[in-house]
Design a protein around this ligand. Structure first.
Ligand SMILES: *Cc1c(COP(=O)(O)O)cnc(C)c1O
Ligand SMILES: [Zn+2]
Length: 500
């Protein structure tokens, strides 16, 4: 829509100008640092950082109803810069001019209501938010669009020249980083560090296809992360893991989208997210908190964080009810089908600890809960979801399984509405589905297929037929007719079809 057609009172707000004063703020010692430099941890105390808007109060001066209208009308702009996560520009990298924004189609992923059949199995209505429908097929694109737009801004303003972007990954961060870096080629190049054999073939194909330098090392994600930290401490590189606070900022868009989708009313809403490195849950909590503080939403939704029992350090931390006695202990991870969340020592744990307390305090009661689920239930629920029309990945199975667990524990009730995150596309993790269908899971996964959920192709080739079609070889028309007839017959018999 053309700008002069927007309502007069918000015309000037539809296309945002750079605003605010963003700083890195240390969660431990509250020290603040300018954003002209790429900074990942506090130079004073070593703790992780979050980006804070020093002029955040200006956002509170705008009435909530006006914000809502701005975001609702902004949906109609044709400007690519405002079509993705920067629809919420004032809350996501507000200092960036629109000309710095990289938009590759991320954000505004669909929310798909569960059908009655699935709703009945789970015990409450819910939506899948399909973050697998982002450009590199996972939610990581949200944070990457933010981090890369910021790097683009630094390049455009001459603050940095050529950038080598690096990350450790369980697969999806590297896919996203390599994609956005490829778009900024040749000013930005990327290198990714992956745990050997611990990313799926589909995930591995992504950074390779985008032209990144791909390194595989022995070990798991936590080991890759240490290498990347060592590189970023000693060399001039841009770190793109969620340790980078710009990633968190972009991922907050997930919360804003849900709020907007529910018309800014979140009273009965439950948000369910999987936890790996804990960047995502950090962003989801922070996003809702910011909008609550400004008044755009007048309720904080419940949040359920889900982990597999094979990688559950966050869940274990919160098992201790006495807040003064809680002590974080990293765990050694076991193989998990929720492979992108197979992390024993989450980098964002200090952020989670800080924000969970703030969230519950602000809400006046406990609104964030953690559950752990078995590998078996993750697979079973993923398959059940997809048999009811979804495209959930294993982590989508994890969130659904987590929702069922949260209901069983009384954290969630039948009169609420849940939004559960399918963080990636089913196809990225289809190898686990195949192992399930073929009953070929290695023992350490502890998954044995439920026969009702198995599905396999049936090969139809009538044994007595000598001549069957083959690529590049024609067969005579009579043999071909016979082939079609016999194959059709066999399929009809198998499906118990009635003749017309
Ligand atoms: C990265 C990732 C997660 C875990 O998110 P964190 O921010 O690391 O907690 C979950 N699912 C998928 C598909 C991912 O790529
Ligand atoms: Zn500090």
């Amino acid at each position: 829509m053309k700008n002069d057609l927007f309502p007069k009172d918000i015309q000037a707000d539809i296309i945002p100008q750079p605003s605010g004063k963003l700083l890195y703020r240390c969660l431990e010692c509250s020290a603040e640092f300018g954003i002209e430099q790429l900074l990942y941890t506090c130079p004073d105390c070593g703790q992780v950082l979050l980006i804070h808007d020093k002029n955040f109060n200006r956002l509170k001066a705008v009435p909530a109803e006006k914000w809502q209208r701005i975001f609702d009308f902004r949906k109609m702009t044709r400007l690519p810069a405002l079509k993705g996560i920067y629809r919420y520009h004032e809350f996501i990298g507000s200092v960036l001019p629109l000309s710095s924004i990289i938009y590759l189609g991320e954000g505004h992923t669909p929310m798909i209501a569960a059908n009655k059949n699935l709703e009945k199995m789970v015990g409450l209505p819910f939506f899948y938010k399909n973050d697998g429908q982002n450009p590199s097929a996972s939610f990581k694109d949200r944070g990457m669009a933010s981090a890369m737009s910021y790097i683009n801004y630094l390049i455009q303003t001459g603050q940095v020249s050529d950038v080598l972007a690096i990350c450790a990954s369980t697969g999806d961060t590297s896919a996203a980083a390599a994609l956005y870096a490829a778009y900024m080629h040749p000013r930005v190049k990327s290198a990714v560090i992956l745990p050997h054999k611990k990313v799926t073939p589909q995930q591995l194909s992504q950074p390779l296809g985008s032209g990144a330098s791909v390194f595989e090392i022995p070990g798991v994600f936590d080991d890759c992360m240490k290498v990347v930290e060592s590189l970023s401490e000693n060399y001039s590189v841009a770190l793109l893991n969620s340790k980078n606070a710009w990633r968190i900022l972009g991922q907050e868009s997930y919360s804003y989208e849900i709020a907007q989708e529910f018309d800014y009313k979140l009273g009965d809403t439950v948000i369910v997210v999987p936890i790996g490195n804990a960047g995502n849950i950090t962003a989801v909590i922070n996003g809702f908190l910011k909008w609550y503080e400004v008044g755009i939403i007048d309720n904080l939704p419940k949040i359920i964080g889900v982990q597999s029992v094979h990688a559950d350090p966050v869940y274990r931390y919160y098992l201790e009810p006495d807040t003064t006695k809680r002590k974080f202990k990293p765990v050694t991870v076991q193989p998990s089908v929720a492979q992108a969340a197979m992390i024993g020592n989450p980098v964002s744990m200090p952020r989670v600890v800080h924000l969970v307390d703030r969230y519950n305090e602000t809400a006046g009661r406990q609104k964030i809960f953690f559950v752990a689920v078995s590998e078996q239930s993750i697979m079973d629920w993923e398959l059940r979801a997809n048999r009811n029309g979804h495209i959930a990945c294993t982590h989508g199975g994890e969130t659904l399984s987590g929702l069922v667990e949260a209901k069983a524990r009384g954290y969630v009730h039948g009169n609420e509405i849940a939004v559960i995150d399918s963080t990636a596309h089913a196809l990225k993790f289809s190898g686990f589905q195949q192992m399930y269908f073929e009953n070929s899971f290695p023992a350490e996964y502890q998954v044995s297929p439920n026969p009702d959920l198995i599905n396999r192709p049936q090969y139809i080739q009538p044994k007595d037929l000598k001549k069957v079609p083959e690529p590049g070889k024609s067969i005579d028309p009579e043999a071909f007719d016979l082939f079609i007839q016999r194959v059709s017959q066999e399929i009809a018999t198998t499906l118990k079809l009635q003749p017309k």
